[in-house]
Design a protein around this ligand. Structure first.
Ligand code: GLN
Length: 445
């Protein structure tokens, strides 16, 4: 049924970079056998899912939305894929994204833009726009994306589904093509909190192959969904209401806060004073790490290779010139500059200090509250092509970026509509408090 749905609508939504029909049918058959035998069952056995094209799938093209990796077939599975395969889940295919996960609209895929299923003239958000769109359009029951500065939560918000960014270290990054290693996390997209809990459960946990993955015990997320949030303390950070924000978004988020109060939560005003520096710090730290991570695309090891020369330097230069798109090049240049001798102290080191202050703000807030509530994005879905200035695009993530800098978890949940377009509400939880934000999301539904 899902493959039929994909055939019916994906030529308009354009969410998949690859549909793995044959594999899906084979896996579905295996899942049927497993279900019939009643052995080895997982809640995901037979469930059709889609995977962002930044997560390595053995023998299956993993493009990262880039010409550079257009024909790249990884020789191994990401840990997340290994875990999903073990559950007997069915993989429908790989989803479109902004090149190397840099962007907020999925227009910066090297192949084609993805359209928002709620209004095909609009962007689904990004960079995991394909993974959000497949769930919103009923092409998959759930999906996975990656979030470095908002790439799960913002497209989740713009497509009216749930998008969860786990705590840094909760899900293994082994096999996730690196953008900014100290910020990247894999997480699920789902239609409700129960599904999000199940999808997170399947992939969370320590992995020896990712030295930053946590050994902390994984909570039982589904069990946390009691439907009851009476007495929970939820903070409203005053810095998350800024000028220039869409009034329709503001209205929906305020009524969501009232709904949480009606459910018995105690709503508390809090302050995160360094929020305003988050975006600037992120656009030093993320490009710096990206410039180092993307140095590996030299045309020698894997991916696209310019061969029309005998000169080694020319080969590397032309490989990178032809293989990377404009936004990726901009990040590499920004990052290289920020890390270069003489500028390191002025930019990178300064940004790391700001990052520590942002973390401290959250520590102080979470000493008083169980979770925070805010808008997920300052706007509703914008028209494709509407935002051409890169800086304007960066502003899309002003409410999501601080969580990545601090390593805490966050989820965006459908909050309501403004002029027929979905508005997302963001819930932030302290490190490893995914159960708390899922519980609130579930009670809110
Ligand atoms: N939009 C942000 C960026 O372009 C965040 C992307 C992400 O979370 N991968 O860097």
């Amino acid at each position: 049924a899902h493959l039929e749905r994909i055939r019916a609508v994906d030529d308009r939504v354009k969410a998949f970079t690859l549909v793995t029909d044959d594999l899906a049918l084979k896996q579905a058959e295996e899942a049927d056998k497993r279900l019939a035998s009643g052995e080895n069952l997982s809640p995901l056995t037979g469930i059709p899912l889609a995977i962002k094209d930044v997560i390595c799938t053995k023998g299956i093209t993993t493009t990262c939305g880039s010409r550079m990796l257009e024909n790249f077939k990884p020789p191994f599975d990401a840990t997340v894929m290994e875990k999903l395969n073990a559950t007997g889940a069915v993989m429908l295919g790989k989803t479109n994204m902004d090149e190397f996960a840099m962007g907020s609209s999925t227009e910066h895929s090297a192949f084609f833009p993805t359209h928002n299923p709620w209004d095909l003239d609009r962007a689904p958000g990004g960079s995991s726009g394909g993974s959000a769109a497949v769930v919103a359009a009923g092409m998959a029951m759930g999906s996975y994306g990656s979030d470095t500065g908002g790439s799960i939560r913002q497209p989740g918000a713009l497509c009216n589904i749930l998008g969860l960014k786990p705590t840094y270290g909760r899900v293994s990054r082994y096999g996730l093509v690196a953008f900014a290693s100290s910020l990247d996390q894999i997480g699920p997209f789902a239609r409700d909190a129960q599904d999000a809990a199940t999808l997170l459960q399947a992939v969370a946990g320590h992995d020896q192959r990712d030295s930053t993955s946590s050994t902390q015990e994984v909570a039982n997320y589904s069990q946390a969904l009691t439907g009851n949030i009476k007495g929970m303390r939820i903070g409203v950070p005053k810095e998350y209401w800024v000028e220039g924000m869409d009034p329709g978004v503001e209205k929906v988020v305020h009524s969501a806060i009232e709904a949480l109060r009606d459910l018995g939560a105690e709503i508390v005003d809090v302050s995160l004073p360094h929020t305003k520096y988050g975006l600037a710090a992120y656009y030093i730290v993320a490009p710096a790490e990206a410039s180092a991570n993307l140095a590996r695309y030299d045309g020698v090891k894997y991916g696209y290779s310019y061969r029309d020369t005998d000169d080694m330097w020319e080969a590397m230069e032309k490989t990178r010139q032809n293989g990377f798109g404009a936004e990726v090049k901009r990040r590499i240049m920004l990052g290289t500059y920020a890390l270069s001798a003489g500028y390191y102290d002025a930019y990178y080191k300064q940004a790391e200090k700001v990052r520590a202050l942002i973390k401290r703000d959250f520590d102080e807030a979470f000493a008083q509250v169980d979770a925070l509530v805010s808008p997920a994005s300052p706007t509703v879905a914008f028209k494709l092509g509407e935002i051409s200035d890169p800086y304007q695009m960066y502003l899309q993530d002003m409410f999501t970026i601080p969580a990545n800098l601090a390593g805490i978890c966050g989820i965006s949940i459908p909050g309501g509509f403004s002029e027929n377009l979905p508005v997302g509400v963001q819930l932030l939880g302290n490190t490893f408090q995914e159960a708390a934000i899922l519980r609130i999301a579930d009670a809110f539904e």
